[in-house]
Ligand binder design. Structure first.
Ligand SMILES: Nc1ncnc2c1ncn2[C@@H]1O[C@H](COP(=O)(O)OP(=O)(O)OP(=O)(O)O)[C@@H](O)[C@H]1O
Length: 256
């Protein structure tokens, strides 16, 4: 299972994903290292969400291998697979809360799926997770339609943290938030990563997030990783897309 501290938590090798005639991922390889926040960027429609969904097993690949915590999920038996799934949490794009369930039921959903615990413990977990993401206990009775965009993101993060994961996948967690709300969310992710020792895979278009929250950045283009490294590496790259993205009009306000 998990090896020494330098082993990658997620090890993707040479994977390809196709929808009909379109190859979205084409021989992609990527490591997510233990304890890092990896920011994952690339043009709209490049396949960032597809990679996330492929890693967690929601999209089938046509080649290559993916290991999470040292386990190849394709060849693992169902028990080993479930044991790995239990160690990650996911915040899907747009929060993706179940609209017919209240906040309490949303947060308890993954716990009920993987653990057999009492209602009392479930309620304690709910309040603890709401506290972790900076929300008051009374939010538990509200429905997603009664929450602001920022609160939805926080509840979705609380749900992703419900099983005390070691690894979290965040798909555009700050999209739709105003800059202050997005900055607060970045701070929250950073704090949780430090205090809980989380490894974070974060799909984002948010340059501020890349600057302030991410330890490393990987860039997707033409179905492959076209660059991976620090923000300084991204800024120094001569690749046309990276230049346009990190030195473009929107970047100037961030980079200065
Ligand atoms: N289930 C699916 N069936 C067919 N095509 C799909 C499916 N899921 C994704 N795609 C296609 O794969 C491509 C990559 O989509 P994806 O959502 O991963 O992009 P993205 O990089 O996350 O984009 P954005 O930054 O806009 O969110 C798109 O062309 C999309 O239409």
């Amino acid at each position: 299972m998990a090896g020494d501290a330098s082993d990658p938590i997620v090890r993707v090798r040479d994977i390809s994903v196709r929808f009909g005639a379109t190859k979205v991922l084409d021989g992609l390889s990527l490591d997510v290292k233990r304890g890092e926040i990896l920011g994952f960027v690339g043009p709209s429609g490049a396949g960032k969400s597809v990679l996330t969904r492929t890693i967690i097993g929601l999209v089938p690949k046509i080649g290559g291998s993916i290991e999470v915590f040292g386990v190849d999920l394709q060849t693992a038996d169902p028990t080993a697979r479930r044991a790995v799934e239990r160690r990650w949490g996911v915040l899907f794009q747009q929060g993706a809360l179940f609209s017919s369930l209240n906040v309490r039921q949303n947060i308890q959903f993954p716990v009920r799926e993987y653990l057999n615990v009492s209602q009392r413990l479930l309620d304690e977990i709910t309040i603890a997770k709401l506290g972790m993401v900076g929300l008051l206990p009374e939010v538990a009775d509200r429905y997603p339609s009664e929450l602001s965009g920022g609160m939805i993101k926080r509840v979705a993060l609380a749900r992703a943290l419900a099983l005390d994961p070691e690894l979290v996948f965040l798909d555009e967690p700050t999209s739709g938030l105003d800059p202050i709300g997005a900055g607060d969310f970045d701070d929250l992710v950073r704090t949780l990563q430090r205090t809980l020792g989380l490894t974070v895979f974060m799909v984002t278009h948010d340059l501020d997030s890349l600057h302030t929250a991410c330890d490393r950045i990987a860039v997707l283009g033409n179905g492959k990783i076209i660059a991976a490294g620090s923000m300084a590496d991204m800024l120094a790259s001569q690749h046309p897309w990276l230049r346009a993205y990190f030195h473009g009009k929107r970047a100037r306000a961030v980079v200065g």
